[in-house]
Design a protein around this ligand. Structure first.
Ligand code: NAD
Ligand code: MG
Length: 392
């Protein structure tokens, strides 16, 4: 029986993870669930999965959940804040940690699991984007297994030789073909993109996801973050990675070998596939995902990304090249920009402008340690808020 902690259990990835686990109650036991403020959903999950611990990041939410549990027959212990998150990430009885908190908020608990040498199912790409080499070095030192859950990186992992593990240098591989859907505005006239609403941006054509990653998909910053994520996971550089816009989202990414062979991983766009892969690895388990109907899909299309339409892709590649704390600055500026867009403080096209301005205003520091990364993350957020207040 494997003991699982799910960080961010009430989100899109968290729910899909619980859906897969619910079909394999003989193999996986839910040790701990965490969430930010969604008390009602967390209470329902506790009733269904009976975890030893439930952690609410927000203290008031922890109090509210505690009252609900007290008045029930449940024995789940409620904890709160960073300390609670740390405890359930590094607890000696935990085998697997699903890292599915969104954004920089997921970094510290994910790192706690890394330092404790857990198997980590990594959905929280922002954690790796921010800390890159430090994250991978810590995983190597502690013997933590990093299994990518992001569908593209999971696909690439599946196309690697069976002995390949995250962080190892690539052998006999010419390039990685990273696929992208192009999001909801791939064909929207450029003049109309300025005025798109948060609701339109969150309506992804193929995937159902949380709001932040949905906006990232619409700006293609998601692909930019994934480019950086792939560099760290597969010990490579942007020069060996080519983004292919593939609007059907059936091929989740590809690997080209020296002999010209191109291996692709395909499937319906449903995150339960990579989640089941991570849970079952090195075995395979049922995910609940239906079979791919290629007759119905009938065509797979590919395009080059449009750099004018999607400046965030260029900004992400630039941050990777700058190195040091540049990716943390990029990520923090993006999180603030997306939040401001969702709260209607800036327009959609101003997301990229704001990130670029923040990157121009702050020089990244090299040979950074974790503290410097947190400092530059905070500085980038302050700068972003200031620029928004000044009207950009
Ligand atoms: P979501 O918004 O649906 O869920 C986020 C979860 O994190 C929730 O449980 C929420 O309670 C928790 N959370 C939010 N802020 C928090 C905070 N400050 N402190 C503690 N917990 C907090 O997001 P999602 O779509 O499930 O995405 C989660 C992560 O997985 C993201 O990093 C995303 O990029 C990545 N990812 C998601 C998908 C997808 O299909 N949804 C695919 C690939 C990668
Ligand atoms: Mg992805």
């Amino acid at each position: 029986m494997k003991q699982i902690t799910i960080l961010g259990a009430t989100g899109s990835i968290g729910l899909s993870t619980l859906d897969v686990i619910s079909e394999h109650r003989d193999k996986y036991s839910v040790f701990a669930l965490t969430a930010n403020t969604n008390v009602e959903e967390m209470y329902q999950q506790c009733a269904l999965f009976n975890p030893r611990y439930a952690v609410m990041s927000c203290n008031d939410s922890a109090v509210a959940l505690g009252k609900l549990i007290e008045n029930s027959e449940l024995e789940t212990e409620v904890m709160s804040g960073d300390e609670g998150l740390h405890r359930v990430s590094e607890h000696p009885e935990v085998d697997v940690v699903m890292a599915s908190i969104v954004g920089a908020a997921g970094l510290k608990p994910t790192l706690a699991a890394v330092h404790a040498g857990k198997r980590i199912l990594l959905a929280n790409k922002e954690a790796l984007v921010m800390t890159g080499s430090l994250f991978m070095a810590a995983a190597k030192k502690a013997g933590a297994e990093i299994l990518p859950i992001d569908s593209e990186h999971n696909a690439i992992y599946q196309c690697m030789p069976a002995t390949y593990r995250s962080g190892m240098p690539l052998k006999h591989i010419r390039r990685i073909l990273l696929t992208a859907s192009g999001g909801p505005f791939r064909n929207t006239p450029l003049s109309d993109i300025k005025g798109v609403t948060p609701e339109q941006a969150c309506k992804h054509p193929n995937w159902s996801m949380g709001r932040k990653i949905s906006v990232d998909s619409a700006t293609m910053m998601n692909k930019g973050l994934e480019l950086i994520e792939a560099c760290w996971l597969f010990d490579t550089t942007p020069d060996s990675i080519e983004v292919h816009v593939h609007p059907e989202s059936i091929i989740h990414s590809m690997v080209e070998y020296d002999d010209g062979s191109v291996l692709a991983q395909m499937g319906s766009p449903d995150m339960r596939t990579p989640i089941a892969y991570g849970l079952g690895w090195p075995d395979r388990i049922e995910s609940g995902v239906s079979s791919l109907d290629l007759f119905k899909i009938s065509q797979l299309n590919f395009e080059q990304p449009d750099e004018e339409r999607f400046p965030c892709l260029r900004l992400a590649a630039e941050a990777y090249r700058l190195g040091g704390t540049a990716c943390a600055i990029l990520n923090a500026a993006n999180e603030e920009a997306v939040d401001a867009f969702l709260n209607k403080k800036i327009r959609f096209d101003q997301i990229a402008t704001l990130i670029e301005r923040v990157m121009e205003s702050l020089a990244p520091r090299q040979q950074a340690d974790f503290d410097m990364i947190f400092e530059d993350d905070a500085a980038a957020r302050l700068m972003a808020v200031k620029l928004i207040e000044q009207g950009l």
